[in-house]
Design a protein around this ligand. Structure first.
Ligand code: GLN
Length: 528
């Protein structure tokens, strides 16, 4: 099908949401690409700990949509949630820019800025992500719901074009090494600034285009305040608008002030918490939350399910949700262990160009953009022949593919030893197979929940589905931490026969030759 027919068939609002989500995913995935390397190289956090912080951060990003969805449904509506979430994320990225600008003069302040930035991004994502997706659904009146599959395929491409652009630009400006392979540890800030600018573009785009295009076929704006809105109509300029928005901003300011106080003065200041301990704390919060949420939802749903068929369907959703935990745990190694391997043990030359390590994950976005339409055409074709695999089978294929991708990489790294290099083509193949798995599992899972969930529990069961994403990400952090560290500065110093902490604490004085060695390895001499 040609581009023009697609454009004619879908409302213009879809392209506004496509563009807004594209810039948002640029900001999210661009930052995600360089985050762990920034932690390890500039903030001197160990690779294993960076992996845990990264997993905890992603997991929280997938828990807050429950909160963002709830507040939006009850109080502020999709539109204000998207604007609010977008603004928070732009601020968060800017704080990361500040963190990456000041670490040289004060590593502890830089870490503090990073923690606050990550928390703001977590909340921003919670407001933005569920609302933009549900607005796609609301664009289509009941009689046009059959276009939804194709609408979400287009939307999924927007997500991944954004991811692709972010994973190109942010590493390009932020993950810089010289010809000798020495990293410019001051460059990460430009990557975070690019992410912040992308989010500002997305938010402004939505702000100016929403009233004109994100409307029902009759021209009424979609996604307004829930009070004057029974799903699709909305009157601009209501006095409650200002009241709800200022309330939401007020609550957010109080939450951030409290978080800032707790982190700065209680945990970091009073108890001397390190980044590592903070990472463990986050994990400690996430796991019980996930278990409690899972068990209580199971109880709630099972006890009020009306009949056997309903109960069986709910069980299927639970079983599928359980298995996708392992998919995302494996998939989300992209920003941690796979990036560390790309950094320390990969020959990244492509057509003579040495690709920045954090850019290697770009192949996922690239392959999604290339394969999303062929995959949906393939399902259409198989359906026409009556041979389309049932959804759980597609998901099983997705799991098998991701397992296969790691078998291939494991086979290729097993003889590398400490100094051998992996050819980048193997990582490209890994991302190709993983992307095929993602296309079998991710969009299919979303629509499976939609098909099986009894209407009155639909949002709750989507909640369960997203909590399993969060659990997967938390597990991704723990798995990423298992990989033997090869690139963190503590390990490098150990290889030279030093305890880096002792050097930083000035318990050891280095000779001129030792200083030269430290400089060559880009190890810090003393940092406050
Ligand atoms: N890559 C997709 C996105 O960013 C899906 C991620 C997920 O569902 N966990 O929206």
């Amino acid at each position: 099908m040609s581009e023009t027919t697609v454009k004619q068939r879908h409302p213009k609002g879809l392209w506004v949401l496509f563009g807004t989500e594209m810039w948002e995913r640029f900001n999210f995935y661009g930052m995600r690409a360089i985050l762990t390397l920034f932690m390890v190289n500039s903030l001197l956090i160990k690779e294993a700990d960076a992996a845990i912080i990264y997993g905890g951060f992603l997991a929280l990003c997938y828990l807050t949509p429950l909160l963002g969805g709830f507040i939006s449904d009850k109080y502020i509506g999709n539109r204000y949630s998207i604007l609010f979430g977008g603004t928070l994320m732009a601020i968060g990225q800017f704080l990361l820019f500040i963190s990456a600008s000041i670490f040289d003069s004060s590593i502890s302040s830089a870490k503090l800025f990073m923690w606050i930035a990550l928390f703001i991004i977590i909340f921003g994502n919670g407001f933005f992500k569920p609302n933009i997706s549900s607005m796609v659904g609301s664009l289509y009146p009941k009689q046009e719901k059959s276009k939804l599959d194709s609408a979400f395929t287009i939307f999924y491409m927007g997500i991944n074009i954004g991811a692709f652009l972010g994973q190109f630009i942010c590493p390009y400006v932020g993950d810089v090494k010289d010809a000798a392979g020495v990293r410019d540890i001051y460059a990460f800030k430009w990557g975070f600034l690019a992410a912040s600018i992308a989010m500002i573009i997305g938010t402004v785009l939505f702000l100016f285009l929403k009233n004109k295009y994100v409307v029902t076929p009759e021209g009424r704006p979609i996604g307004g305040l829930p009070k004057n809105n029974d799903g699709d109509d909305f009157e601009e300029g209501e006095t409650q608008t200002a009241k709800f928005t200022s309330k939401a901003i007020g609550i957010a300011v109080v939450i951030f002030a409290a978080l800032f106080f707790v982190f700065r003065y209680v945990l970091v200041g009073e108890f001397g918490f390190t980044a590592v301990e903070m990472g463990k704390l986050i994990k400690g919060i996430i796991y019980p939350f996930i278990y409690a949420a899972g068990i209580s939802l199971a109880y709630l749903i099972m006890s009020s399910a009306e009949n056997k068929v309903e109960r069986q369907r709910i069980w299927v959703i639970y079983i599928v949700s359980f298995f996708i935990i392992f998919f995302w745990a494996a998939f989300e190694q992209a920003g941690s262990s796979l990036t560390f391997i790309a950094d320390n043990q990969t020959d990244r030359h492509i057509f003579g160009w040495n690709m920045p390590p954090s850019m290697v994950q770009i192949f996922n976005g690239l392959f999604v953009v290339a394969l999303a339409l062929p995959f949906s055409l393939l399902w259409d074709k198989l359906r026409a022949k009556g041979k389309e695999p049932v959804s759980p089978l597609k998901q099983a294929i997705g799991l098998a593919l991701i397992a296969l991708s790691y078998f291939i990489i494991a086979h290729n790294v097993k003889d590398l030893g400490n100094s051998g290099l992996l050819a980048i083509k193997w990582l490209m193949l890994l991302y190709l197979i993983q992307t095929m798995g993602e296309l079998c599992l991710s969009p299919i899972g979303l629509s499976l929940v939609g098909k099986l969930a009894p209407k009155r529990f639909a949002s709750l069961l989507y909640g369960v589905f997203f909590i399993s994403n969060a659990a997967g990400y938390a597990l991704a952090g723990s798995l990423g931490a298992i990989i033997p560290a090869t690139g963190d500065k503590f390990q490098k110093a150990e290889k030279l026969g030093f305890n880096l902490q002792d050097v930083l604490d000035k318990k050891v004085t280095l000779t001129t030759e030792q200083l030269a060695l430290f400089e060559k390895e880009q190890l810090p001499i003393a940092n406050t």
